[in-house]
Design a protein around this ligand. Structure first.
Ligand code: 5AD
Ligand code: SF4
Length: 472
């Protein structure tokens, strides 16, 4: 333990020295405050990493811009989960060539999940040689050292993409994007190896943060006036594995719920195989923990679930939903669905539609299966043509459109507590979310933004509800 602390301390010293050195170099190099453009693709974990990257850049002296043309440093924090996310990144990087030519001092950085894949890094080195810094998910905290190397040597590419296991770096600065809702990572990596998924390969094995670090960060967020925290992890339900003294996700939720203040706790993502009755009871018991569970089922066919290595059956899943519905008032569910997994038949797909009807999700995140190099599913026979998969997807979306609206209809006439997040789409309206994560638009003064309000729902739309403010 002592040795680990020594390494962490030495690492922190190195990082802080590099921050100071880069700060000085930037002051000499620019006659203005250098500006960074940072874009995170993909999931909330990536957005949260992006906030740490921005925290480090700010400490080195960077300001931020939304315009690539104005930027002195452009950084893409990439996502590898599906091919279209990767294609988008390559397209954007290709377009930077012209910008780099016009402004040779422009620094281009690529990081995140895509950079943990060998074939991607090779492609960048050969096809996009104008990229300056490449680093993977394990090297985020070394950005100051990498930038320092780039600024002080003639190295064309500065690359750091090694896997470093079991290392959680605490104490990184964070520049959060919002002031009402905050992301709070509680663990990193994934041990599950669902056969379609690249995440365990690019983010490494599961590592949980110590509860005291999470609690300290949550308390700080409350002191800063945040009204909602979302705990993040690839599988929050297995939080705490390997930690001493023993702790699990339910215990962590109960500890967070004790923090004083009027705020909400959300979490994602829950894996159904680790979703216990204890956790569902905890959600019921803790007033700050939202009664909304994102519980990705992926498929309603037991055969496909087995092929996906999900470790639960449709029946196990439905039993969980049933227990939650009986025990947690107004509980709502959302899910991820993959359409067109290798070997999926029309019958399998119809089982997914049937399950969706049975559960009645508040919202679905739907994806057409995308083969990922290095995963088991990428080697499986996949005979269904793309056009047929798209047609299935369309059917799924239509069904969910109807079911979502039906579940919203049930809200009409009742009053709901809403966290007001900002202005709505139409003039004079605000938008917020109920505890069950439903979007509510209603007329109210802007001064309510960032506050809780009580709203009576008057109308159900396809993806949201409309309401009237009844109380401040
Ligand atoms: N193809 C399609 N969807 C995928 N997901 C993960 N990997 C793939 C893939 N190869 C989806 C799953 C997961 C969500 C974050 O992304 O539904 O829950
Ligand atoms: Fe991917 Fe499965 Fe891990 Fe989620 S639980 S990140 S889908 S391997």
């Amino acid at each position: 333990m002592e040795q680990v602390l020594d390494i962490a301390y030495a690492e922190k010293q190195r990082r802080e020295q590099s921050i100071q050195m880069v700060h000085k170099i930037l002051e000499e190099r620019y006659d203005h405050q250098p500006l960074a453009y940072v874009h995170s693709f993909g999931c909330q974990q990536n957005v949260s990493d992006g906030e740490k990257i921005m925290g480090l850049l700010a400490q080195m002296g960077y300001g931020f811009t939304q315009s690539q043309d104005e930027a002195d440093l452009i950084l893409y924090n990439t996502c590898a989960v599906r091919e279209n996310a990767e294609t988008r990144v390559f397209g954007n990087v290709g377009a930077l060539k012209k910008l780099k030519k016009e402004k040779p001092g422009l620094l281009l950085c690529l990081c995140g999940c895509m950079m943990q894949q060998k074939q991607v890094v090779e492609k960048i080195q050969t096809s996009y040689p104008f990229v300056d810094i490449i680093f993977g998910t394990h090297a985020l905290h070394t950005l100051p050292q990498l930038l320092h190397t780039k600024l002080t040597t003639s190295q064309r590419h500065v690359i750091s993409v090694e896997e470093q296991e079991n290392q959680i770096v605490e104490g990184l600065p964070t520049r959060r994007e919002g002031s009402i809702k905050a992301w709070l990572p509680i663990m990193y990596g994934c041990d599950n190896f669902c056969t379609y998924c690249i995440v365990p390969y690019v983010r490494g094995r599961e590592k949980s943060r110590m509860p005291q670090d999470i609690l300290a960060e949550a308390r700080e967020l409350m002191a800063q006036g945040y009204k909602e925290i979302t705990l993040l992890g690839q599988n929050v339900n297995s939080y705490g594995k390997g930690l001493e003294p023993a702790v699990n996700f339910s215990k962590l939720l109960r500890m967070l719920n004790e923090i004083e203040g009027d705020f909400r706790i959300r979490f994602m993502t829950s894996h159904p195989k680790d979703c216990t009755r204890e956790l569902l009871d905890t959600i019921r018991d803790c007033d700050k923990v939202c009664n909304h569970i994102h519980l990705p089922v992926q498929s309603g066919s037991n055969r496909i679930l087995r092929e996906m290595n999900r470790h639960y059956t449709k029946e196990d899943y439905l039993a969980l939903i049933d227990y939650a519905r009986k025990n947690i008032p107004d509980v709502a569910f959302s899910s991820d669905i993959i359409v067109g997994f290798p070997g999926e038949t029309r019958e399998d797909f119809l089982e997914t539609l049937e399950l969706i009807r049975q559960v009645g999700y508040e919202r679905l995140y739907t994806f057409i299966y995308s083969p990922r190099t290095g995963t088991k599913a990428a080697t499986m026979a996949d005979p269904v043509p793309a056009a047929e998969k798209s047609a299935w997807m369309q059917e799924l979306l239509e069904l969910q459109g109807e079911l979502g609206q039906e579940s919203f209809e049930k809200m009409v006439g009742r009053s709901w507590r809403v966290l007001v997040e900002g202005e709505g789409k139409t003039e004079g309206t605000l938008t917020g979310r109920t505890e069950s994560n439903v979007i509510v638009d209603f007329k109210a003064p802007k001064s309510l933004i960032g506050q809780f309000a009580t709203v009576k729902v008057t109308k159900a739309m396809k993806w949201a509800v409309l309401g009237e403010l009844i109380e401040k």
